[in-house]
Write a protein that binds this ligand. Sequence first.
Ligand SMILES: Cc1cc2nc3c(=O)[nH]c(=O)nc-3n(C[C@H](O)[C@H](O)[C@H](O)COP(=O)(O)OP(=O)(O)OC[C@H]3O[C@@H](n4cnc5c(N)ncnc54)[C@H](O)[C@@H]3O)c2cc1C
Length: 443
Amino acid sequence: MKNREKGQEKKEYDLVIIGGGPAGMMMAVTAAKDGASVLILEKNRSLGEKLKITGGGRCNITNAEFDVKKFLENFPESKKFLYSPFSKFSSRDTFSFFEKAGLPLVVEARKRAFPKSQKALDVLKTFQKLLKKYKVEVRTGAEVIDISKKHKNRPDEPDLIASVTLKNGEKVYGKNFAIATGGYAAPETGSTGDGFKWLKKLEHNVLKPNPNIVPLTTDSQILQKISGTDWSFMKIRFIQNGKTQFSKIGKILFTHFGLSSPLILNSSHRVKKLLDQGPVMASIDLFPDTPEPDLDKKILKLFQKNHNKKLKNVLPELLSKKLAEAILEFFPPALAQKKVNEVSREERKALVKKIKNLEMQITGTLGMDRAVIADGGIALEEVDFSRMTSKKYANLYLLGDILNINRPSGGYSLQLCWTTGFVAGKNLQAPHLQAPGEGANIF
Ligand SMILES: Cc1cc2nc3c(=O)[nH]c(=O)nc-3n(C[C@H](O)[C@H](O)[C@H](O)COP(=O)(O)OP(=O)(O)OC[C@H]3O[C@@H](n4cnc5c(N)ncnc54)[C@H](O)[C@@H]3O)c2cc1C
């Protein structure tokens, strides 16, 4: 469709999408399949830079929890907003969408789903195929620098978006626009928070983003020395004002900066909130299933079996070598050199206490460059979730990481992109398009 401005014919797309990540691509193919003329503007040289590195290059594409209610339990603060879009496109629909597009999925531990090929690149290739099939116009190397409102002739006219401006000064016109520019996490992939700036300018409320699903930093020099060590079953308690605020059990990875592993990443949001209120200590129990007296007995037995050996050579039978060394660093060096039959009852008890209560101060989190997602983003009250539009600008769609939605790792972030992208694309306002439908069977 053409639009006349300053004597020139201007193309006006049914939909202009800013950002060619998973959410933008999903909206593009959905709307284009229904007949819309769609343009994706992507500032990188290629689409889906972040998508390519998801799941360590394997892409944890969704979570195979097909009960929407249970699925949304992972979105505690935002689930009330998400029932509507997820009732239209759930993780079950994601399975059929990709399988119909020729990309079968497999389910692994904790219901995490991956492409059967185990390649994130294949997810991108699938979209590239669909974008071509439905004739979506894609412009890469096209950085949007501004977004402009439609001029109102009368004050009672609704607020609408009219155009976007590219870095080269060119203006692009559309009937509808989508901001799918992602958040702030992993900025090297192109997600530099540009969308938030425009939303603020458009008088939307944007909550401050923090790195989320991110490793924790600690003050513990000793633990930093055992970088790379993991221990498959531990309990970590996060303590504030002398009280345990919450605890988790599972695998923890000690790194040169502090703590990592999915358990830690998925605790980072709550820890960050605690840190905003004051200092946070962490206490790690290396034997959460064994009460102190039982662990003491276990160690005693070990000592009796090895009575002539040095403690530093015996402890690795109970812990890993590196962990044993780390524990012994908390004690005077002479203890490690003692033969176990010379270790006093008090020293043994202190050892037990340390193994079950390895304390460290949490100093913060790593930055956006190491975060999987950033929380913050547009306030959910300002979004119409039945269409994924701004409540202020009826022709402005808001998708994926631009939304202020906290969630854990496990395929939930990409599912949010598939759901919001699909619902937005299906509810595009353009009179000549098919009526909105439900589910993924259109593909
Ligand atoms: C290392 C890592 C691993 C991850 N693994 C998983 C996983 O396995 N499973 C999972 O569910 N989630 C995972 N995530 C999270 C997931 O990748 C994101 O939630 C998802 O990519 C968000 O998609 P999006 O389309 O909203 O934004 P993005 O993927 O961030 O895409 C936004 C796009 O917009 C473009 N853009 C930005 N500004 C402009 C502009 N001004 N003009 C034009 N284009 C612009 C960017 O270049 C980018 O291509 C991972 C994240 C990271 C960092």
